[in-house]
Design a protein around this ligand. Structure first.
Ligand SMILES: [Ca+2]
Length: 219
């Protein structure tokens, strides 16, 4: 009986060793900042009325099928009013209509630089293009800066009420909104090789030795 128990323990050890030894090593999850501006502004969206919006369309990096949106980044300026007023954050699906999360108000804490909105806790998962938008709550503030250097990526849209009640493409520049995304990797099924033909460890060596002893006992 003692030999059988010992045999069982050793076999269990071998299986665990095998599973651990073939388990895939987890690689760092890729994170990328999606940007269509060059980081310097030449113009701005300003004197916008409350309720109006600007949004930028983002595409996932090549080879990515799914991603989690970690941050929305807005390059804002206080402008002549010396005020960087709160605004409403919109994350839209690829139809530029469906909210991927309930719109919420963000209060900028910076001026003339990137204001980062943390989205990690909202668990926004996308598998297609998406939009990040700003909806003004205060007339004229904040200013959203615009990159007018070529190339113009034609990804910026504006909803200017009442002149343009539908979204229109902004052709003169790239609104300075960026997205930080993390790739969502679909785990592949681990491949276990349970045939252990080669003695590659101390445990395996003990196993072989015990098999010999057990064989002798049986004989
Ligand atoms: Ca520029």
């Amino acid at each position: 009986m003692r030999v059988r128990v010992l045999y069982l323990l050793v076999v269990t050890g071998i299986l665990l060793f095998t599973i651990v030894s073939v388990a895939p090593v987890s690689a760092p999850v890729p994170i990328e900042e999606l940007a269509y501006d060059d980081g310097t502004y030449e113009n701005a969206v300003f004197y916008i009325f409350a309720g109006e919006q600007v949004a930028v369309r983002f595409s996932l990096p090549a080879g990515w099928t799914t991603a989690k949106i970690l941050q929305a980044k807005y390059y804002l300026w206080a402008g002549v009013d010396d005020l960087v007023a709160p605004f409403r954050v919109h994350i839209y699906d690829s139809d530029l209509t469906t909210d991927l999360t309930t719109p919420f108000i963000a209060t900028p804490t910076t001026n003339d630089t990137w204001f980062v909105v943390d989205l990690t806790g909202l668990d926004i998962i996308v598998s297609n293009d998406f939009y990040i938008g700003i909806q003004w709550l205060t007339h004229g503030s904040p200013w959203l800066m615009v990159d007018e250097d070529p190339p113009i990526d034609l990804r910026s849209y504006a909803l200017i009420i009442p002149n343009y009640p539908n979204w229109v493409l902004v052709e003169g520049g790239d609104a300075m909104i960026r997205a930080v995304v993390e790739q969502v990797l679909v785990p592949s099924a681990p491949e276990f090789n349970l045939s252990i033909p080669v003695v590659t460890s101390v445990v395996a060596a003990i196993y072989i030795a015990l098999r010999k002893r057990i064989g002798k006992n049986i004989e």
